[in-house]
Design a protein around this ligand. Structure first.
Ligand SMILES: Nc1ncnc2c1ncn2[C@@H]1O[C@H](COP(=O)(O)OS(=O)(=O)O)[C@@H](OP(=O)(O)O)[C@H]1O
Length: 285
C-alpha cells in the first residue's frame, strides 16, 4: 500500500477517495441546496454519468438549460478535483440553476437539504447489482492506479469490496441507507439493469419525475443518444471527452467473467443477509 493510501480519509468507517477531505465533509453540514436542485445520488460505478447524461438531455430538450452550456454540472459534490481552484461545493455556489449535483455520499454524510429535502429538490438515486459494480470498480481502480496497479489483485479487491473496505465503504450500507427514502416523493430510485433493459421507459420516467413535458419523439431521441453506443459516440468527440474512462463495457452480467464459484457464493450470502426482506433486489443478468 502506498503512503497516499495510508493517509486517506476514513470517516464513520467509510474510506474516501483522495479528492475528499475532512474539511469538505464538514462543509456538507451547511451546504445550501436550492429549490430547483437536481441531485444524482449513487454508489460509485452504478450508472451515475449515464443518468447525468439523460438528465442533461432532458433539461436541454425542455428548454431549462442552454444546449451549449455545461455550467450547471460541476462533478461530484464532495470532491476537490485537482484541476479546479476550489472544491465542488464552493464552485456550486456560483453555478447557474438548475444545478445537477452528483454525490457518492450516504444520507448520513450528505447535506441536510439532500438527505431531508424540504423544497422542490429532486433526488435521483441510482443503483446497480453489486457484482457488476465490483467488477466495474476494479477496472476503474486499475486504471486510476496506473503503474501501481500491479499490487491490486481481483481476489483481494473483490473481498475488500464485499467487506466494505474499499473506497465509498459498504455497497450494502450505501444502497440500504438511501432505500430508507423510498416513500419520500422527492426521491426516485433507478436501476442500471432497468435502464439497460428499456432505456425509453426509464427516460420517460425520469422526464416525468423532473416535470419536463416532452413528446414521445423527443423521449425516443434522447433514449437513442443515451444508449452505450450513442453515448460513446458523444464521449469520443465532444464535451464529454474527459468522461471517456466512465465508458468501459456498459453491460449487465460482466461479473460472470471474473467471479469464481467461491466468490459468487460469498457475495450471494451477504446479499441474502443484508437485502432479504428489505424490498430491494437486483437483477444479475
Ligand atoms: N450509456 C451507458 N449504458 C450502459 N452503461 C453505461 C453507460 N454510460 C456509462 N455506463 C457504465 O457505467 C459505469 C460507470 O458508472 P458511474 O458513471 O457511476 O461511475 S462513477 O462512479 O461516477 O465514476 C461503467 O460500467 P462498466 O462498463 O461496467 O465499467 C460505464 O461503462
Amino acid at each position: 500500500m502506498s503512503s497516499a493510501q495510508l493517509t486517506r480519509l476514513v470517516h464513520n468507517g467509510v474510506l474516501y477517495p483522495g479528492a475528499v477531505t475532512r474539511e469538505i465533509l464538514e462543509a456538507m453540514k451547511t451546504f445550501q441546496t436550492r429549490d430547483d436542485d437536481i441531485v444524482i445520488a449513487s454508489y460509485a460505478k452504478t450508472g451515475t454519468n449515464w443518468t447525468l447524461e439523460i438528465v442533461t438531455q432532458i433539461l436541454q430538450a425542455a428548454g431549462r438549460t442552454a444546449a451549449s452550456s455545461d455550467d450547471h454540472i460541476i462533478g461530484k459534490l464532495e470532491f476537490h478535483y485537482p484541476e479546479n481552484p476550489h472544491p465542488s461545493h464552493v464552485l456550486l455556489e456560483d453555478a447557474p440553476s438548475p444545478r445537477v449535483i452528483l454525490t457518492h455520499l450516504t444520507p448520513r454524510t450528505a447535506p441536510p437539504g439532500i438527505t431531508n429535502p424540504r423544497g422542490k429538490e429532486k433526488i435521483l438515486v441510482v443503483m446497480r447489482n453489486p457484482k457488476d459494480v465490483a467488477v466495474s470498480f476494479y477496472h476503474f481502480t486499475l486504471k486510476r492506479r496506473g503503474k501501481n496497479a500491479g499490487e491490486l489483485s481481483w481476489p483481494k479487491f473483490c473481498q475488500d469490496f464485499l467487506d466494505g473496505k474499499e473506497i465509498h465503504g459498504s455497497f450494502f450500507d450505501h444502497v440500504l441507507s438511501w432505500w430508507q427514502k423510498r416513500d419520500d416523493p422527492h426521491f426516485i430510485f433507478l436501476k442500471f439493469e432497468d435502464m439497460k433493459k428499456d432505456i425509453n421507459s426509464e427516460v420517460k420516467k425520469i422526464a416525468k419525475f423532473l416535470e419536463a413535458e416532452l413528446d414521445s419523439a423527443t423521449i425516443a431521441d434522447i433514449a437513442e443518444r443515451c444508449t452505450f453506443e450513442g453515448m460513446k459516440a458523444t464521449l469520443d468527440n465532444s464535451r464529454y471527452a474527459d468522461r471517456r474512462v466512465m465508458a468501459r463495457k456498459g453491460i449487465v452480467g460482466d461479473w460472470k467473467n471474473y467471479f469464481t464459484d467461491e466468490q459468487n457464493q460469498a457475495f450471494d450470502a451477504v446479499y441474502e443477509e443484508r437485502l432479504k426482506g428489505t424490498g430491494l433486489e437486483f437483477e444479475f443478468e
